[in-house]
Design a protein around this ligand. Structure first.
Ligand code: BTN
Length: 266
């Protein structure tokens, strides 16, 4: 797999000598955090064929069977405050949509904040995690984790997610070349990492176009509290602006809440 990924990357790709491949690992994000804590450099890439403990947002798991999906994490070391990186998950979503569009010929949508979707089903997700330098308060490292269902057929998904999960091969009725898509993803992420701070507004303008959630009636779920409202917009930090029937308009951040459609996943 690693050789196939390398053969799809341009020789000039700046992270080409920092790509680590694992046949099986608990979670590429967990391993990336350990490597970052040991000093792994900006642009270190971890790719796994299978994860035994793939993780999603809000403590959820990400089903990661062998030979079917893409599970990768990248260590970034942007020299900035955490408040400047609130849009990192959104920026990663746009980069993933770009890569899928080039490799598969269609552009997924994004369910705020971090789910890649196609025809109202989940194709994959993004999990970003930050660690701060306790002395400076600046970002020590950021981990970008991306999981994409590629070659699963519907029966490959566990029953509890079968109704809401899909894969790229189901979407396009064609087998997906995972190494080629991984190479596209890495190029898109590298490009995004250069745009992240200087071109935040460009990235967020594209995110708003890709985001399925804007205009939808949604349920905002915070701990045990569920409130119904309408998603109006997304601000430049990636927060969702929601109007509630009482007339109040609130900005909700990804760290605090998850959302559902009024009648199910979307
Ligand atoms: C979500 O669905 O909430 C996010 C899923 C993110 C899954 C990816 S797979 C690679 C990386 N390693 C993990 O454990 N999680 C992310």
């Amino acid at each position: 797999m690693k050789e196939q990924v390398l053969s799809n990357l341009p020789d000039s790709f700046p992270w080409i000598n920092q790509i680590h491949y694992f046949d099986c690992i608990n979670s590429t994000n967990t391993q990336a955090k350990a490597m970052a804590a040991e000093g792994a450099s900006h642009g270190t890439v971890l790719i796994a064929d299978r994860q035994t403990d793939g993780r999603g947002r809000m403590g959820r798991s990400f089903h990661s069977p062998a030979n079917m999906g893409i599970y990768l994490s990248i260590i970034l070391r942007p020299d900035t405050k955490p408040t400047q990186l609130m849009h990192l998950t959104c920026a990663t979503g746009v980069a993933a949509c770009n890569a899928i569009e080039v490799a598969c010929g269609f552009r997924p949508k994004i369910k705020w904040a971090n789910d890649l979707i196609y025809q109202k089903k989940k194709l994959g997700g993004i999990l970003t995690e930050l660690s701060l330098n306790s002395k400076t308060g600046l970002v020590d490292y950021a981990i970008i984790g991306i999981g994409i269902n590629c070659n699963q057929s519907p029966t490959d998904f566990p029953e509890d997610i079968r109704e809401i999960a899909t894969s790229l091969s189901v979407a396009r009725a064609k087998h997906v070349d995972r190494p080629a898509l991984i190479a596209n993803l890495l190029c898109e992420i590298e490009n995004m990492s250069n745009m992240l701070l200087p071109q935040k507004n460009v990235i967020m303008a594209q995110y708003r176009k890709d985001c399925f959630t804007i205009g939808e009636e949604i349920s905002v779920v915070k701990c045990d509290c569920v409130r119904h409202g309408r998603a109006l917009d997304i601000d430049d930090d990636g927060a969702l602006i929601v109007s509630f029937p009482s007339g109040t308009v609130e900005t909700v951040n990804t760290g605090e809440v998850s959302i559902r459609g009024m009648y199910g996943y979307l």
